[in-house]
Design a protein around this ligand. Structure first.
Ligand code: KG4
Ligand code: ZN
Length: 338
């Protein structure tokens, strides 16, 4: 079954054709980074306007890269949530119209489940596993029992992981988007130059939750208080020390989840899963089976949308034409009952 996937939840306008949930026949991602660079952040109105202008061309390219005509497609899927509402409307409406005109099955997709599915476009993995979903808008540590059944165990109580990277980078003018800019600077810096405070591990209900507000305040407002004697105050050192603190915060909660559940397979997804320190640390754990998406599938893309949709279609699950976008993740099960 050849599925056309559409992704427009934030600042990437993307379309892809994937066969039978795994074989990527085309994968077109047109980024809006240059449009938002001058604002150092995604401007929702600018994003939805660009999606409106680009979506047709991006979808046409995905079809032609796959060597297909529109009538060669057997099913259509688009990101329906979560994301910027104006951006979601564009991709979802386009995809519904494409499917409706050809009487094809249609499925609206949860963007976070699609990120979690991304590594499986390349490698199979058995359930259950622990998912680490880290992007610009979300930080979720979860238990996944199926492609659509996840239980959120930990989340952030303030900023998302990617958001913390973006805010620190914006403050110091390290570059846009911030996560990649900090990661690249950090490779040349000393992670011990600054000893930033890590949020304490809680007991009980919040035991897997992370927080970035304390770290962000320390890095942005009290930098010199955490400088080690003799360490240079360079962008590289700030980036390396911040990156280590931000990622170590995630890892401590993730390892706790692994220890408590006894589940030793970890699947990472989302833009922050591209972080080189995070990848190195997790890949060094011989006691865990760790799956990362290839770098090209870490950020927003439509191959993960088309790939995941196939599993719903296999079950005979489709959506009606009245499906509407939702800016929030609304259908996850939150917190295991202890
Ligand atoms: O998944 P994504 O492309 O879009 C959302 O759904 O949010 O994630 C974007 C986020 C941004 O915050 C970006 O700064 C961060 O992922 N990011 C990184 C890296 N590459 C992208 N964060 C840390 N290290 C990276 N190498
Ligand atoms: Zn994303």
């Amino acid at each position: 079954m050849r599925i056309l996937g559409i992704e427009s939840s934030c600042d990437e306008c993307a379309a892809a054709v994937v066969e039978d949930g795994r074989r990527i026949l085309s994968n077109v991602v047109m980024t809006q980074i240059p449009l938002h660079q001058r604002y150092q952040g995604v401007v929702p109105e600018v994003a939805s306007r660009a999606h409106t202008e680009w979506i047709m061309g991006v979808a046409e390219k995905a079809l032609s890269d796959a060597g297909f005509q529109p009538d060669d497609i057997d099913g259509v899927a688009a990101t329906a949530k979560p994301g910027l509402i104006g951006s979601l409307v564009v991709g979802l409406s386009f995809a519904k119209a494409f499917a409706w005109a050809r009487k094809l099955p249609f499925k609206g997709i949860n963007h976070m489940l699609a990120h979690l599915y991304a590594p499986q476009l390349v490698e199979r993995v058995d359930y259950p596993f622990i998912g680490l979903l880290v992007s610009g808008g979300h930080t979720i540590i979860c238990r996944a029992d199926d492609f659509d059944t996840i239980e959120v165990m930990g989340t952030t109580i303030d900023d998302a992981a990617g958001e913390a990277f973006d805010k620190v980078a914006k403050h110091y003018g390290f570059g846009y988007p911030g996560g990649l800019a900090i990661d690249q600077l950090a490779e040349k810096g000393d992670p011990r130059a600054f000893k930033f405070p890590l949020p304490s591990l809680h007991k009980g209900e919040h035991r897997y939750d992370v927080s970035y507000s304390g770290l962000k305040t320390a890095v942005i407002h009290h930098l010199s208080s955490y400088q080690r004697p003799g360490a240079a105050m360079t962008p590289e050192n700030i980036a390396a020390s911040f990156r280590k603190a931000a990622i170590d915060t995630l890892l401590s909660r993730l390892y706790r989840t692994v220890a408590d559940t006894g589940i030793t397979t970890v699947v990472a997804g989302g833009g922050v899963a591209a972080n080189s320190y995070l990848r190195r640390e997790l890949e060094a754990r011989v006691d865990l089976r760790v799956l990362f998406p290839p770098l090209a599938l870490c950020g927003d893309n439509a191959a993960m949308v088309a790939g995941l949709a196939w599993h719903y279609f296999q079950r005979g699950e489709t959506d009606n034409w009245d499906i509407v976008p939702n800016s929030r993740v609304s259908d996850f099960k939150w917190r295991p009952q202890k």
